[in-house]
Design a protein around this ligand. Structure first.
Ligand SMILES: [Zn+2]
Length: 285
């Protein structure tokens, strides 16, 4: 179920579902209970089997705030137990208030935090249901500390979460650019036939999107490292970048700029000999 691509990769997240002979597995829950209901209705046009599992690719609100709908439908949640994101830094109330501003109060009715896993995955786990096999892996704290990728080996279909975004500019400000490169290697090693990115349309060739993403991250790390070593300061390092869009924190320009700030700080730590595997945010609860 590809998200709306009318606003580029910025707006709507993707979700998916897998129908088996023993029930349905849903991948990600969209951005609100209203969106979750919409996704459930889509599933019900295809199958009336029980919803067994909801697997979350990470804990950003635009992928989890519809989770309550699937909990109520009987699903158990598979997710990484690390719920931290920058969005949750101000606490649950602030996170919810921010999101009400984004999607509107009516869309949030009946909301409650529902992304805490019933089954936590921190390494690799295999889910077998109704003749289908899903391999669920934490590829490292690439996009967020709680990233999971979902791989269907028989079908060669990968759900990458926000490690892949349709335009190749994946956000790293809740994760780590080095871990992101590692996660891309993991995805490449699978040779997926179909890769579902976290936002936007499915790439005609998954390997091309992985390569585009890798080139972007690698160049940013190289440029920011050079800037740190030349000692001109962050302002100079950022001079060639477009200004961020003030009211659109995840527009392309905003992502380019926020990633650059983040990777500059990573490279500063690396050059100073400190670990660049950044711990990004305080615990949400
Ligand atoms: Zn995300």
């Amino acid at each position: 179920m590809p998200g709306d691509t009318g606003r580029g990769s910025e707006g709507r997240p993707n979700a998916g579902f897998i129908v088996t002979s023993d029930g349905v597995v849903v991948i990600d829950a969209l951005a609100s209970p209203a969106d979750g209901e919409r996704l459930l209705r889509s599933i019900r046009t295809v199958s009336h089997a029980p919803i067994r599992w909801l697997v979350l690719t990470h804990h950003h609100p635009d992928h989890t705030f519809g989770a309550i709908v699937f909990r109520r439908a009987g699903a158990r949640v598979i997710a990484h137990p690390d719920l931290r994101t920058l969005a949750s830094e101000g606490g649950d109330d602030a996170l919810l208030a921010d999101w009400v501003r984004v999607v509107g109060l009516p869309a949030m009715l009946g909301f409650q935090f529902a992304d805490t896993p019933s089954v936590a995955v921190t390494g690799t786990d295999t889910l077998r249901l109704g003749g289908r096999t899903l391999v669920i892996t934490h590829p490292g704290a690439a996009h967020t500390p709680g990233d999971l990728i979902i791989w269907l080996p028989a079908e060669r279909v990968l759900f990458a979460g926000d490690i892949l975004i349709e335009d190749g500019v994946t956000m790293m400000v809740d994760g780590n650019s080095g871990a992101l490169l590692h996660a891309l290697d993991v995805i490449d090693s699978l040779h997926p036939r179909i890769a579902v990115p976290g936002h936007g349309r499915l790439p005609p060739d998954p390997a091309v999107l992985v390569d585009t993403t890798r080139r972007y991250v690698t160049a940013l790390r190289r440029d920011m490292r050079a800037a740190v070593e030349q000692g001109g300061g962050m302002r100079k390092a950022m001079a060639g970048l477009p200004p961020a869009d003030e009211t659109r924190p995840v527009s392309l320009h905003s992502r380019l700029r926020r990633n650059a700030v983040w990777v500059y700080l990573e490279m500063e730590k690396a050059v100073m000999g400190l670990d660049d595997s950044t711990d990004s945010a305080g615990a949400r609860r």
